[in-house]
Design a protein around this ligand. Structure first.
Ligand code: UDP
Ligand code: MG
Length: 320
């Protein structure tokens, strides 16, 4: 293999992962040789615990892979931290003439050893992403995740694959395409699908978190789901169209019925309850529509103002 067809930079965001990060680094180091891992970009997303000390300690004792720590100025969230890591990794990959950039969470839900499977899939592809074949989460979570992935894949104008998270390998031109967006509410699986090129899903199993609870949490995931649906699917607009049409049709039928009843001689048309219910119904529908429009405008305003998705406070390569 020549220089330009091998080598990889791996990006991992961490937020208060002191119970996990050493184990993660050890497993990443163990596959460094076979996967030609040249560099590991760890994005510290505003950790308040010993995560950074543990990383610095590890870098002192282990020469490979080279670790670069990118510290954000505060906690920006999983997706934003990942995007910050991609930005740094893309430049580093150019400097080192490395063709691949990979993303993996540090909580060991995705196995670093699977990077080899993704690399194999890269032979004829520009992107290889993991598709969760099984996941070690509770039934309620699985149910909610199913609904989300179904909505997104059925109503999106892009082919956003189901059951795919951030775990993936991309060629640098795909990373550049992703970074050409100024998305301050990034949803990486969506951005990756948007970028196009040859993409391959690889079915892989997922483990439970190595330690601790989800740092994103259910609220974070819910926010992410709303964000993704508004950014990549037509569902809000389709809902508005369907409900709006439904309300109109009902009102036409009601008007027609009333006219007919009057003409037929039933002067007393009963219907105070119906009127009240209709008023509240249409008010409710209108409020939800307004909410959707307001949410979209807020997104748009933040994007138009080019608000950055993250702020890097420090970026350094840890040398032994
Ligand atoms: N993470 C982060 N910032 C956050 C939340 C999480 O950088 O605000 C990191 C976290 O340390 C982990 C990865 O992003 O490496 C995925 O987070 P988590 O496992 O909590 O997400 P989940 O798997 O529950 O979606
Ligand atoms: Mg996780």
């Amino acid at each position: 293999m020549n220089k330009l067809t091998e080598g990889m930079i791996l990006v991992s965001p961490v937020f208060n992962e002191q119970e996990v990060v050493r184990q993660f680094l050890e497993r990443a180091a163990a596959i460094a040789e076979t996967t030609r891992l040249r560099g590991l970009v760890i994005v510290d997303d505003g950790s308040q615990d010993k995560t950074c000390d543990i990383i610095a300690d590890f870098a002192r004792t282990s020469a490979r892979p080279k670790i670069r720590i990118v510290r954000l100025s505060r906690n920006f969230g999983h997706q934003n931290a990942t995007l910050a890591g991609l930005t740094v990794a893309e430049q580093w990959a150019q400097e080192l003439t490395v063709p691949f950039v990979a993303l993996i969470d540090a909580d060991l839900q995705d196995r670093p050893e699977h990077l080899q499977d993704l690399l194999t899939a890269m032979e004829n592809s520009d992107v290889a992403y993991a598709v969760r074949r099984s996941r070690a989460e509770g039934p309620f979570f699985k149910f909610a995740a199913n609904i989300f992935y179904n909505i997104l894949s059925r109503t999106s104008n892009l082919k956003v694959p189901r059951y795919a998270g951030t775990f993936s390998i991309m060629r640098t031109h795909v990373v550049r395409a992703i970074l050409s967006n100024s998305d301050n509410l990034p949803y990486l699986p969506g951005l990756r699908a948007w970028a196009g090129f040859r993409q391959l899903g690889v079915p892989l199993d997922r483990d439970a978190r190595f330690a601790g609870d989800s740092r994103v949490g259910f609220r974070g995931l819910f926010r992410l789901a709303i964000n993704a649906v508004f950014a990549y699917s037509n569902l809000p607009i389709v809902l508005m169209a369907l409900l709006g049409t439904f309300t109109l049709v009902i009102s036409f039928i009601a008007a027609f019925t009333i006219i007919v009843l009057r003409l037929a001689g039933f002067v007393e048309v009963q219907g105070t309850a119906l009127i009240i219910v209709s008023i509240f119904f249409s008010l409710g529908v209108q409020s939800i529509f307004l909410l959707m429009v307001a949410y979209s405008i807020r997104r748009l305003a933040a994007d138009a103002g080019r608000r950055s998705a993250f702020v890097i406070m420090e970026d350094k390569i840890l040398d032994e």
